[in-house]
Design a protein around this ligand. Structure first.
Ligand code: ADP
Ligand code: 5GP
Length: 193
């Protein structure tokens, strides 16, 4: 990694494995880390805030921004578009800030082409039964959407070898500790240079 530029940390996981929870914990621990707030065409869930969890935009606006080259990466996931702002990433990295991205496996493959030094982390659920239980307990998805997300989970898990690190999110506190020590490892390495 070039001295003076920040690191890109990419977290992916099947829906319900706990990546939002883990990202929040990492951002709480590393106060100077930026979170890349994605753009999406899906509807906000209860409690989600515009500009904090996502930027919620229409499919028309999203497609227009594809043409304008506004996305560093974008993908269709579970029937909606999701994208990362190229401007946000470039500005953040140039100013030496570390950036955390919560994106899917398709987006990760695209980011790795532009930024091969990205630190990639895949979060796994302890089992498929636990994954279903977590999604049901979260209670944010209709039965149809939940079914679709569980079907996609198997396909997403088949791509876990793309990632440099893997964390099984069984006990939350252990998973948070594992994530923090991965991130710390790269930050310490940079400080030494
Ligand atoms: P994702 O962002 O990957 O879809 P979330 O972070 O929203 O997943 O987690 C899904 C649900 O599981 C949430 O209700 C969350 O509170 C819960 N959860 C996350 N990690 C754990 C864990 N280790 N043990 C039990 N429940 C968890
Ligand atoms: P959710 O709808 O549960 O918030 O997210 C669904 C999936 O979309 C998750 O796998 C999440 O990581 C992914 N995702 C969120 N933002 C982006 C993004 O900007 N780009 C890509 N490619 N995937 C994203």
């Amino acid at each position: 990694m070039t001295v003076g530029r920040g690191h890109l940390f990419i977290i992916s996981a099947p829906s319900g494995a706990g990546k939002t929870t883990l990202c929040r914990a990492a951002l709480e621990r590393f106060k100077d880390m930026l979170y890349s707030v994605s753009y999406t065409t899906r509807s906000p869930r209860k409690g989600e805030q515009e500009g904090v969890d996502y930027h919620f935009i229409s499919k028309e606006a999203f497609r227009a921004d594809i043409k304008k080259g506004r996305w560093s990466e974008w993908a269709e996931v579970h029937g909606n578009y999701y994208g990362t702002s190229a401007e946000f990433i470039e500005k953040g990295l140039s100013s030496g800030r570390d950036i955390l991205l919560d994106i899917d496996v398709q987006g990760t493959a695209q980011i790795l082409k532009r930024h091969p030094d990205s630190v990639t982390i895949f979060v796994l659920p302890p089992s498929m039964d636990t994954l279903r239980q977590r999604l049901e307990t979260r209670g944010t998805e209709s039965e149809t959407v939940l079914k679709r997300r569980l079907e996609n989970a198997k396909k997403e898990m088949a791509h876990q070898n793309l990632y440099r690190h893997r964390i099984v999110n069984d006990q939350l506190s252990s998973a948070i500790e594992a994530l923090i020590s991965i991130v710390d490892g790269y930050r310490i390495e940079t400080t030494k240079k």
